[in-house]
Design a protein around this ligand. Structure first.
Ligand SMILES: [Fe+2]
Length: 204
């Protein structure tokens, strides 16, 4: 497969992951995820967003989206975090987002935001919330994951749902994690807010 096929292959893999949700007709499931067969033009990509550790995990993973994500990595619009303006630079530095679908594109989608999220090793992203329903599907790596009162390790193959306004936080280990991320429901970005002292937590 040449490079032009890597991006459609990634979209197909992502689509398959969400089709595997337990209740595809459930209230938290975004109905809009259509694989586009047409080429999509992105802006130039910053090199080497993914650290070598997570690349190694992806290369040896049997997760259906892992190798597709690795192959398409250099084609993706990394850094386009839709809530970038709501976060401090210290937090923005620990996470990279490649938005693939959303109201602002690059693939137009009026009622869903979807992309890949990479969180770097040994990082803590403090408790935060937003109006949107959110679903993470972890492709590689792991994190101590807080979703409301549920705090436990989550790793590749896990799908975690945050209903609207549920506080959530992540603490990564030596590999960080790569996940598919999706917002559905009320996908406004202005409601994004932290619920604990960021400065205090970042010192931990
Ligand atoms: Fe979130």
């Amino acid at each position: 497969m040449d490079q032009t096929g890597f991006f459609p292959a990634l979209l197909e893999a992502i689509s398959a992951v969400y089709q595997a949700e337990a209740d595809p007709q459930g209230p938290h499931t975004a109905k809009t995820l259509t694989v586009t067969p047409s080429p999509v033009a992105f802006d130039p990509v910053p090199p080497c967003v993914l650290d070598q550790g997570i690349r190694t995990v992806l290369a040896s993973s049997d997760h259906p989206a892992a190798r597709a994500a690795l192959k398409a990595h250099d084609l993706l619009p990394w850094g386009s975090n839709p809530v970038e303006g709501n976060t401090e630079s210290s937090i923005a530095a620990m996470i990279s987002v490649a938005t693939l679908l959303g109201p602002e594109g690059p693939i137009p989608a009026p009622d869903v935001r979807l992309g890949l999220v990479y969180m770097r090793p040994e990082s803590y992203y403090p408790l935060h919330l937003h109006d949107a329903d959110e679903t993470y599907a972890i492709i590689a790596g792991q994190a101590l994951w807080t979703a409301g009162d549920d705090v436990r390790m989550r790793g590749a193959g896990d799908m975690i749902h945050h209903p609207s306004l549920m506080p959530h936080a992540f603490r990564t280990g030596p590999e960080g994690f790569l996940a598919i991320w999706r917002w559905s429901g009320d996908i406004n970005t202005h409601s994004y807010a932290f619920t604990e002292d960021q400065a205090l937590q970042l010192q931990v």
